[in-house]
Design a protein around this ligand. Sequence first.
Ligand code: SF4
Length: 289
Amino acid sequence: MPGGVVAASAVLHKGEEPPLIGEKGSGAVFFSGCTLGCPFCQNEQISIDSMGADITDNELAAVFLALEAEGASNINLVTATQFTPSVIAAVGEARAKGLQIPIMWNSSGYETNRTVKLLSETIDIWLPDIKTLDPMVSERLFGARDYPAAARASIKMMASQLEKRGGELIEDNVMKRGMIVRHLVMPGELDSSRAVLEWYAENLIDRAMLSLMVQYTPVNESGRQIAGPDYIMQDNEYNQLLEWLDEFGIEEGFLQSPEAASKEWIPDFSRLNPFPEKYSKPVWHWKFK
Ligand code: SF4
């Protein structure tokens, strides 16, 4: 990967949870690289293969302002952990030039407490994953046995930072401040999901919303997926998840339907618009550089 910040694409994106989309979409900026390496990653062109171009803090600030000018409801920093100081600087510069919309941190949850602290004055909306709390699963899938401990600590700290800023704020169905915790149920790992739901209920139930994702859709050709390309969650597995949500009293949040799984959402970052036109409007692309 070249030095400095590397980014692949900035789009108005309609593929996030409803309060994050607003009228025109979330202003998603996709950064290259990732601190994890999930075998099912749909963004592996950028996360693993680092497709993208160098972008200065100054240029990044201009991209944020361009997204706002196009009507973005927020600036959605997708997998930016590896560039944290530069991203904070670029947000500061954009704010000084008039940027008004909320800044969202869309990450794997694999952060240090130091990173979360650094971000605390910058981030309005936290959107972390919680992939698993089982060290054996995280070692097997991501080669990161410490993922559960890191995610537990960072997510709790994000919730505390949000509370210090006044907690969740939603205006006209659009989130201005808040926290949505995403969990993707992985094939064959239902027990791991139960542990995640239990932990969420104990630690975050009144502090965040849960987004339970059941549309595991592997990329076709990578050979890195943990289930075949035709995998679809079975009814009994889905019903089990519903029972657990009920058992743990989790009511606030979002739940995908397995039938809605679609390869349409798998992006191609070599295209100027990586997503289908109906879901996404490109604002910046690495090929523009
Ligand atoms: S954390 Fe997200 S971006 Fe990184 S490899 Fe995993 S799925 Fe891909």
